[in-house]
Ligand binder design. Structure first.
Ligand code: ADE
Length: 225
C-alpha cells in the first residue's frame, strides 16, 4: 500500500511513520507513506497556500490551485483508490472503515488547515471525507496519522502474529478483554486463576465473557448494535 499525505505542515508528520509497527511495515516493503509539502505546489510568488474567505469572516481558506496541482501530479503517476479529506465534518472513522481501507492499494490523504479547503476541492477531487471524532484539531495532520496507523497495521504481514489484529477491540464489535502478565501476584493483587490454569478452551470462554461484560458496561450503544 502507498499513502500520499498532502499537507502544508509536513514537519508534523516526520515522526509517526519512523517507529515501531509502521517502520516495520515500511522495512518489509508492505506500506509506504509519502508526505508532500503543499507549498511546493504553490503558484504565487510568496508560495501562498491560503487566502481570505470570499464573503468575509475570520480565518483563511486553503486555495484550490496548489492542491489541484499536487493531486493531478500524483494521479498522473499512478491510480488512486480514494482521495480522502480529513475534516471534523467528515464521516466518523471506525474499525470497519480501517478494515475497508486496508484492502486498498493507493490512497491520497489531504490535510485541512485554517478554516478548511475551498469547497471546490471537495466537490472536484475528494472521494471520502473522514473525521476522527467530534472535536476540532488544529489541522488534519494528526488525524491523518491516526488513520494511516489504524490502516497500515491491518495489512497482512505487518503484525508479527496475524491473529493479534483479529483479537483487537472492535474487530468483532466488542471491546477487548483484560490482559495480564507477570508477576502473577502484585502485592496481593492476583491474576485471575483461570488464566494460569492452562485450560485453553476455558480461557477463551472467560475472555469472551469478559469482552461482552466490558462492552455492555462501557459501550452499551455498541453492545446493542
Ligand atoms: N481536522 C481537524 N479536526 C479533525 C478531526 N476531528 N478529524 C479529522 N480531521 C480533522
Amino acid at each position: 500500500m502507498r499513502i500520499d499525505i498532502i499537507t502544508c505542515v509536513p514537519e508534523l508528520l516526520s515522526g509517526p511513520f519512523d517507529h515501531s509497527i509502521l517502520k516495520r511495515a515500511k522495512d518489509k516493503g508492505l506500506a509506504e507513506v509519502v508526505v508532500h509539502n503543499l507549498r511546493d505546489y504553490a503558484t504565487t510568488k510568496y508560495k501562498a497556500v491560503d487566502d481570505y474567505a470570499y464573503g468575509g469572516g475570520a480565518g483563511m481558506v486553503m486555495m484550490i490551485e496548489p492542491i489541484a496541482r499536487c493531486i493531478d501530479k500524483l494521479k498522473s503517476e499512478r491510480d488512486y483508490d480514494e482521495v480522502i479529506y480529513m475534516t471534523p465534518d467528515g464521516k466518523n472513522f471506525n474499525q470497519k472503515e480501517a478494515n475497508k481501507l486496508s484492502l486498498k492499494k493507493n490512497l491520497i490523504i489531504l490535510c485541512g488547515h485554517y478554516k478548511g479547503v475551498d469547497q471546490r476541492v471537495r466537490d472536484l477531487f475528494i472521494t471520502k471525507e473522514i473525521s476522527i471524532g467530534d472535536f476540532v484539531l488544529s489541522g488534519g495532520e494528526l488525524a491523518a496519522a491516526v488513520v494511516a496507523d489504524a490502516v497500515i497495521r491491518l495489512i497482512p504481514g505487518v503484525l508479527n502474529d496475524e491473529t493479534s489484529a483479529l483479537s483487537d477491540s472492535f474487530q468483532d464489535d466488542l471491546l477487548a478483554p483484560p490482559v495480564y502478565t507477570r508477576p502473577a501476584d502484585y502485592n496481593g493483587h492476583k491474576v485471575p486463576d483461570i488464566l494460569l490454569s492452562g485450560h485453553q478452551a476455558k480461557i477463551e470462554e472467560w475472555r469472551s465473557e469478559q469482552a461482552i461484560k466490558r462492552t455492555k458496561e462501557r459501550r452499551p450503544g455498541l453492545f446493542k448494535e
